[in-house]
Design a protein around this ligand. Structure first.
Ligand SMILES: *Cc1c(COP(=O)(O)O)cnc(C)c1O
Length: 251
């Protein structure tokens, strides 16, 4: 069931790429495993899924530590490859150290202060933390992310920080049922992405994180290189967990 749903998402990505004549290699699937128990995440990792997205730092750290005992050189390891961990939730200043020491990616940089702390706290023995700037493409009042016109100056400042590799942007527009309007919103993200690439020439600027369960086809049509999918893979999350800083463990 889990594996069928995951395969179904990979097929949706392939079909969307085919429709807009893009190579399916250009679009990466991030499995959003927030609130999903470790055993289910591990089942998907064994089937070949590499990238996992988590929103709640404490919950994620527990899973990252559980995974680290189960791959590669460990006796009786069940995971053949090490999962790649993406933090896709908002990060407060007091959580930057956990992000810097445990994650491979952070999608939600929205101010220089957070990036500076991550830069100072990223251990030198780890590869640079890959970071994305979160952009608010639909002017949602309560939403995180910075307006498009503020992205270039922040990108230029973050590019100079050691321990970080600035890779692109992330967007999360409000739910919108109409496909054409979804595409229009994602084209705003694509335009910001292209503008910063042109202005900075940053050689590592290659990631446009856009699209979720409801709108991944529209995001791919607009140019997404990474879709973040939870519900279509793992099923609906219980509403109690949504928006909670630290959800209670599931029974
Ligand atoms: C939960 C979440 C997703 C996945 O959403 P689905 O609709 O379940 O696919 C993607 N991105 C972010 C930032 C999220 O918080």
């Amino acid at each position: 069931m889990l594996i069928d749903q995951w395969t179904g998402v990979l097929e949706r990505i392939q079909a969307a790429c085919l429709r807009c004549k893009r190579s399916a290699q250009e679009v990466q699937l991030l499995a959003v495993s927030k609130t999903v128990p470790f055993a289910r995440l591990a089942e998907l990792a064994r089937a070949g899924q590499v990238d996992f997205g988590e929103n709640y730092i404490q919950e994620a750290v527990q899973k990252i530590e559980a995974a680290s005992t189960q791959w590669a050189s460990q006796p009786g390891a069940v995971l053949k490859t090490r999962p790649v961990w993406h933090c896709i939730g908002p990060v407060q200043s007091n959580k930057t150290r956990l992000v810097a020491t445990h994650f491979d990616w952070l999608h939600t940089v929205d101010r220089l202060k957070i990036a500076q702390r991550l830069s100072e706290q990223r251990p030198a023995f780890l590869a640079p933390l890959k970071v994305l700037i979160q952009v608010n493409v639909d002017q949602g009042q309560t939403k995180s992310g910075i307006p498009p016109e503020e992205v270039l100056p922040l990108a230029q400042a973050v590019m100079g920080l050691k321990g970080l590799s600035l890779k692109g942007i992330m967007t999360m527009p409000d739910p919108e049922p109409d496909h054409a309007r979804q595409v229009a919103l994602h084209r705003v993200g694509k335009a910001v992405f292209d503008h910063v690439l042109q202005a900075t020439g940053n050689p590592s600027w290659d990631t446009l994180s856009m699209g979720m369960t409801q709108d991944l086809e529209a995001a791919i049509e607009a140019g997404s290189t990474l879709v973040r999918v939870g519900t279509a893979i793992f099923g609906a999350r219980s509403a109690v967990h949504e928006g909670a800083e630290r959800p209670a463990p599931r029974a």
